[in-house]
Design a protein around this ligand. Structure first.
Ligand code: G3P
Ligand code: CA
Length: 241
């Protein structure tokens, strides 16, 4: 059985507040192969790391992320909602993640809004050696990024609609992977990708039995909230070389 690539979904978000430095650090310590993070823009156009369009669920702020400037967002508590142990954990700026982790492991930047595209490309130009993948559900955005940069690694996320259409689009974009949700992935989809050399990474998978059966079907890797647990389940099956 192959050794799957394990992305830490929003960091090790089972153990620490999602999309915070604490979650990313825990993921690295737990042996994740890469970090997945979600990007929005602050009011002043700076890429920041948060999943939702609004602040309520994962911070002590309220309203849209785009309603606050970076300096205001940086005052928020993005950890106390998860557990008192993480009270005061800040909402990170993408640049801080690039500064801290590029050169150490691969980073998957999921762009949650069209307008973040150009700001992220501009920031990435300052980190030429960063090992990154840019992913999105917004296919117009992926086309736009490809038209601006012929080489940037792009991943196509899939959560609804016609999977054949989405796989063809991934091929057209010369995407580096096709990333379907675990409830939508199926054998013909995996076969269609594998036949043309397009790796499949499935989200979100925390159950080792599910992961093993997907690897047998041809999947290359996973997004997991508990990458250390998934890694150790595979380590028992695939000893390190
Ligand atoms: O990158 C795959 C996955 O993160 C997409 O779903 O909602 O967790 O951002 P979501
Ligand atoms: Ca995501």
């Amino acid at each position: 059985m192959i050794r799957p690539f394990i992305w830490a979904h929003r960091g090790a978000s089972y153990h620490a507040p999602e999309n915070t430095m604490a979650a990313f650090t825990a993921a690295v310590e737990g042996g994740a192969d890469g970090l997945e993070l979600d990007i929005h823009l602050s009011r002043d156009g700076v890429p920041v790391v948060i999943h939702d369009e609004t602040l309520e669920r994962t911070t002590d702020g309220c309203g849209p992320v785009a309603g606050m400037a970076l300096l205001q967002l940086q005052q928020l508590d993005a950890g106390g909602w998860f557990s008192p142990e993480f009270y005061g954990e800040p909402l990170p700026e993408l640049e801080e993640i690039l500064r801290t982790f590029s050169g150490r492991l691969r980073l998957n930047l999921e762009l949650k809004e069209f307008h973040a595209g150009m700001a992220v490309l501009e920031l990435l130009s300052q980190y030429p050696s960063a090992d990154i993948v840019v992913s999105s559900f917004d296919y117009d955005l992926l086309y736009r990024l490809r038209s601006v940069d012929g080489n940037i690694p792009l991943a196509v996320l899939f959560d609804s609609g016609d999977w054949c259409h989405a796989v063809n689009l991934a091929k057209e974009l010369s995407a580096c992977s096709f990333n379907p949700g675990v409830n939508l992935v199926n054998r013909p989809m995996i076969a269609a990708c594998v036949q043309t050399g397009l790796p499949v990474f499935v989200w979100t998978v925390d159950v080792a039995r599910v992961a093993r059966s997907l690897v047998r079907a041809g999947v290359s890797g996973f997004f997991s909230n508990d990458p250390a647990a998934l890694r150790s389940a595979f380590r028992r099956l695939v000893p390190a070389p």
